[in-house]
Design a protein around this ligand. Structure first.
Ligand code: IMP
Length: 219
């Protein structure tokens, strides 16, 4: 580790980010071992005599995608690599509109497709994306997401709803293909950003007030 980085237990971050986070949520080693379990599930449920299309939704999913693909390679599961970019967040809130960049890959036609996402929050991004994937005529398509915001955080406005704290998603998700269910907090790291900052972190952190003030650049 260089002189310009801090290490807390196994978590590492650059000195530049000192004081920007309120707490560590998921250490890298837990992310990696969960990716191994998800890859084993994929290997056990998808056929090994045809390549699975692994569609990485940029930019945030790239590090998670990398971990997952590495574990699939170790298992000897055949897959094709493809990328697509969408954007829906500005700062710490959903912009409400989902921007699509470029064309979806042609490789999806007649193949099983896994859509690799970084995080599902309101489900707006997937609700905009999945119908365009269905139009490409895949044999099947499913979502695999590193995180799902599943629970209200303590003291949030919705706490008095009688739903056991669970936020209902607008889309169907398979728990075997979800990394972690997390509280309704703004998180950064392992690809997740705040205005393009903090994607470089290995671990996942809850962003603090200092990070919101000092992080991000004018887009
Ligand atoms: P949704 O459309 O509300 O489901 O939000 C999904 C997208 O919003 C993700 O792909 C992320 O780009 C972004 N997002 C949602 N929550 C967070 C967060 O806590 N940190 C960073 N990005 C987030």
């Amino acid at each position: 580790m260089s002189d310009s980085a801090k290490q807390t237990s196994s978590a590492i971050y650059p000195d530049l980010y000192e004081g920007h986070f309120s707490s560590l949520l998921i250490p890298y080693k837990d992310l990696d071992s969960r990716c191994k379990e998800i890859a084993e599930h994929i290997h056990a449920t998808y056929p090994s005599d045809e390549p699975l299309v692994m569609l990485c939704i940029l930019k945030g999913s790239a590090p998670f995608y990398n971990l997952l693909c590495n574990h699939l390679s170790i298992l000897g599961h055949p897959f094709m690599i493809d990328f697509y970019r969408v954007k829906s967040y500005e700062g710490t809130g959903s912009s409400g509109t989902v921007k699509h960049f470029g064309d979806l890959p042609k490789s999806m036609k007649g193949r099983h497709v896994l859509v690799i996402e970084d995080i599902v929050d309101t489900g707006t991004t997937l609700k905009s994306l999945l119908p365009t994937i269905a139009e490409k005529d895949p044999k099947s398509y499913k979502v695999c997401s590193m995180l799902v915001k599943r629970f209200h955080s303590e003291g949030s406005e919705d706490d008095d709803e009688d739903d056991g704290g669970e936020i209902t998603k607008q889309i169907e998700l398979d728990n075997n293909l979800i990394g972690f269910n997390i509280p309704n907090a703004f998180v950064v790291g392992c690809g997740l950003d705040y205005n393009e900052m903090y994607r470089d972190l290995r671990d996942i952190w809850i962003l603090g007030e200092e990070g919101i003030k000092g992080g991000g650049y004018d887009l």
